[in-house]
Design a protein around this ligand. Structure first.
Ligand SMILES: Cc1cc2nc3c(=O)[nH]c(=O)nc-3n(C[C@H](O)[C@H](O)[C@H](O)COP(=O)(O)OP(=O)(O)OC[C@H]3O[C@@H](n4cnc5c(N)ncnc54)[C@H](O)[C@@H]3O)c2cc1C
Length: 426
């Protein structure tokens, strides 16, 4: 059986390696000249800059087996306080952020462990749990992950394991998250094909002339996290992939592409995929003279610069001696135009925010990274939309990726592994 994995982001790399480790004939295709998708670490003037994720937070015990398999050594982040900006004032995130009325309101609420209801928003969930203080808690927590709007995120889908304590501190590697990408690429070897955009997917009737995909199966779906229609890989006639250098027959496909790219290849899924939206973000990296703030970062919920990160305070090797690195995250669901500003205006916005909040003066940015579709947003109704999408999924196609069942790198790796397991189970 020949399997194609479309996309070599975190989800596609994990799917590819899982299949290869089981002895399956698999090829991972990526349009880009390098693997990793959004994951990339760039070296510039002695700084180590991350293009997207800066660290991994392990709530499911995934990291130890992953690092053993890839022969990687984790680097735990140094502890660093998290700061928030509320009503223009910067404070350490803790009780001091809230008014006495809010703290009393939270204390008076009966303790309840009731799980989030279907379609309950992040805002409603935290207000139910913490009263008036809940609105700010909800916004601060979602800002750090989604750069979204707490009233437009579905709690059960956005934070399915919030109550679960992380098994390790935030972790990365000496060479940044690029080490993870490089290790996958090394292990995949010739099973990874770069500069290989998949242009079209058609059903395969051996002649290669067919243009329509197999009909969707009417199966139910597995429980949350299992991730695929039960018979997604049963009875498929196979597929023909169109690449720039020719066509290729495969028996099964794991589609680990962003939703818009998946929609272009699977028109029958396009109306479903169009419903998954993302927050746009730009990352502006600055060089600070001196040690810089010894903190994790600063969240400013609802602001056009919702986050500041200090990677050089967390890990060694992120900045040259005597200097520090600060990464400003610009944009969000509520400020999409900020992420699209021209470079000069973007840098000016980030510098103004640094000066106002932390009295830090910085020069021209070291580097700017833009992600028009940075972080997928599980809106209220996300679980239902996934169920409808899975009912329309052609037999033999499995899905994985940040927009599907979890945005973190470890969520994406897990989805890739599970898609590979689902293929092997049939
Ligand atoms: C600014 C930012 C900060 C983040 N911070 C963190 C963090 O600290 N911790 C964390 O855990 N997560 C973080 N994340 C989330 C995480 O980095 C991403 O969700 C994850 O890396 C996405 O992986 P993916 O596999 O879904 O796809 P992607 O990385 O989007 O990869 C998709 C791949 O598909 C390829 N492709 C597209 N079309 C085609 C085609 N037709 N044919 C072949 N290939 C194609 C692309 O070239 C790309 O390589 C952050 C994300 C961003 C943007």
């Amino acid at each position: 059986m020949k399997i194609a994995v479309l996309g070599a982001g975190a989800a596609g790399l994990a799917a590819g390696l899982s299949l290869r480790d089981r002895g399956t004939d698999v090829t991972v295709f990526d349009a880009a000249p390098r693997p990793g998708g959004k994951l990339a670490s760039l070296r510039k003037d002695g700084f180590l800059l991350e293009s997207a994720a800066i660290g991994l937070l392990d709530r499911h015990g995934d990291l130890a087996p992953l690092c053993a398999r890839l022969k990687l050594e984790l680097l735990a982040a140094r502890p660093g306080a998290r700061f928030v900006q509320r009503a223009g004032v910067v404070r350490k995130f803790g009780p001091g952020v809230f008014t006495l009325r809010e703290l009393l309101g939270a204390a008076r609420l009966p303790f309840t462990r009731r799980a989030p209801g279907p379609q309950e928003t992040v805002l409603d969930y935290f207000q139910r749990r913490a009263g008036p203080a809940g609105a700010f808690v909800a916004d601060a927590i979602q800002t750090g992950v989604y750069a979204g709007d707490p009233a437009r995120l579905e709690m059960a889908s956005a934070f399915p394991s919030l109550g679960q304590r992380a098994r390790r501190p935030l972790s990365s590697f000496a060479g940044g998250l690029q080490e993870l990408v490089d290790a996958f690429a090394r292990e995949l070897g010739p099973a990874l094909r770069l500069n290989a955009r998949v242009r079209a997917v058609s059903s395969d009737l051996q002649s290669g002339r067919a243009s329509s995909l197999p009909q969707p199966r009417s199966a139910g779906t597995l429980p949350r996290g299992a991730g695929q229609p039960r018979d997604a890989s049963a009875g498929s006639p196979g597929f023909m992939l169109s690449l720039d250098d020719g066509e290729l027959h495969v028996d099964r496909i794991i589609c680990a592409l962003p939703a818009p790219a998946a929609a272009a290849l699977f028109p029958a899924l396009a109306p479903h995929l169009a419903l998954f939206e993302s927050a746009p973000l730009a990352l502006v990296h600055f060089d600070i003279d001196g040690p810089g703030p010894q903190s994790f970062g600063l969240l400013a919920p609802g602001q056009p610069v919702p986050g500041l990160l200090f990677p050089s305070a967390l890990w060694p090797g992120r900045a040259p001696a005597g200097r520090a690195l600060v990464t400003a995250i610009v944009g969000s669901v509520r400020h999409p135009a900020a992420a699209a500003l021209p470079d000069d205006a973007l840098a000016a916005l980030a510098r103004g925010h640094l000066a106002r909040t932390l009295h830090l003066e910085v020069q021209a940015p070291l580097h700017i990274t833009r992600w028009p579709q940075a972080i997928p947003q599980p809106r209220p109704g996300h679980a239902q939309r996934l169920a409808a999408l899975e009912r329309a999924l052609p037999a033999g196609v499995l899905l994985a990726g940040a927009w599907y069942r979890g945005v973190s790198v470890l969520d994406c790796l897990r989805q890739g592994r599970r898609a590979a397991e689902a293929i092997h189970a049939t």
